[in-house]
Design a protein around this ligand. Structure first.
Ligand SMILES: [Zn+2]
Length: 143
């Protein structure tokens, strides 16, 4: 992606952060993803009083894209309010992103628009993905 497109994706992820529902952690996160055909979907973290039900910004954006029929995710940008640290996806989100591609570019940003980019494979090294289900297996009786 060219620099203008990257900056735009980061800017949109920062806008998505404004919608975060995080009364418990007060830790706002926004995500914007772009598909191969140029469609953009956004997400924010949505917390719940039953903490385990909380969903991250990345998964919110991906579920929105998939549910609208867009599976070819090219890149995503993640934003938070951390001044001096790049926001990175949690382990659950790394697996969730990996499901839709090993080469998705993930822009991990700071509020000043600076970023580090790593791919889904880099963030989930040796990840278990859909292609693993197609690999040769022993029979279920162990032979
Ligand atoms: Zn997450």
């Amino acid at each position: 992606m060219d620099q203008d497109k990257i900056n735009e994706l980061i800017r949109v992820s920062q806008e998505a952060k404004e919608k975060a529902y995080c009364p418990y952690s007060k830790f706002r996160v926004g995500c914007a993803l772009i598909t191969e055909d140029g469609s953009v979907f956004t997400g924010c973290n949505v917390e719940n009083v039953s903490y385990g039900l909380s969903i991250c910004a990345e998964r919110t954006a991906i579920v929105k894209a998939i549910s609208e029929g867009h599976h070819n995710i090219k890149a995503l940008a993640i934003s938070s309010d951390m001044k001096n640290q790049f926001i990175t996806p949690c382990g659950m989100c790394r697996q969730f992103i990996f499901e839709f591609g090993k080469h998705i570019s993930i822009y991990q940003t700071k509020p000043d628009m600076s970023y580090e980019m790593e791919t889904s494979s880099q963030l989930l090294w040796k990840g278990f993905g859909p292609s693993d289900l197609a690999s040769e297996r022993i029979s279920q009786n162990g032979s």
